[in-house]
Write a protein that binds this ligand. Structure first.
Ligand SMILES: [Zn+2]
Length: 90
């Protein structure tokens, strides 16, 4: 979880990385819209640029935004399956 210009974002999310105000942990609730854009989230605290995705509405949080490629779709699928594994008991 990162703060970006006062907004909560989750660069590792398997979908739109932008948080919407809500009742989730820390007030963060992931945006439920389908991701359409790929780009970078710059984290000033660690001086890193992280690969992230957003929906159309949240593309403004990305640097170098571009439409999703086949590689991006593979990455989204990988993140989704990694998230499912992490949540299921072994
Ligand atoms: Zn969004």
């Amino acid at each position: 979880m990162q703060m970006l210009d006062g907004a909560l974002v989750e660069p590792d999310a398997a979908g739109c990385c932008a948080g919407v105000g809500g009742s989730g942990p820390g007030g963060y609730q992931p945006c439920a819209s389908a991701p359409t854009t790929s780009g970078l989230i710059y984290v000033a605290a660690t001086d890193e640029a992280l690969h992230a995705f957003t929906c159309d509405r949240h593309a403004v949080v990305l640097r170098l935004p571009r439409p999703l490629t086949d590689d991006d779709l593979d990455e989204l699928a990988r993140r989704a399956s990694a998230g499912r594994r992490a949540r299921s008991p072994s």
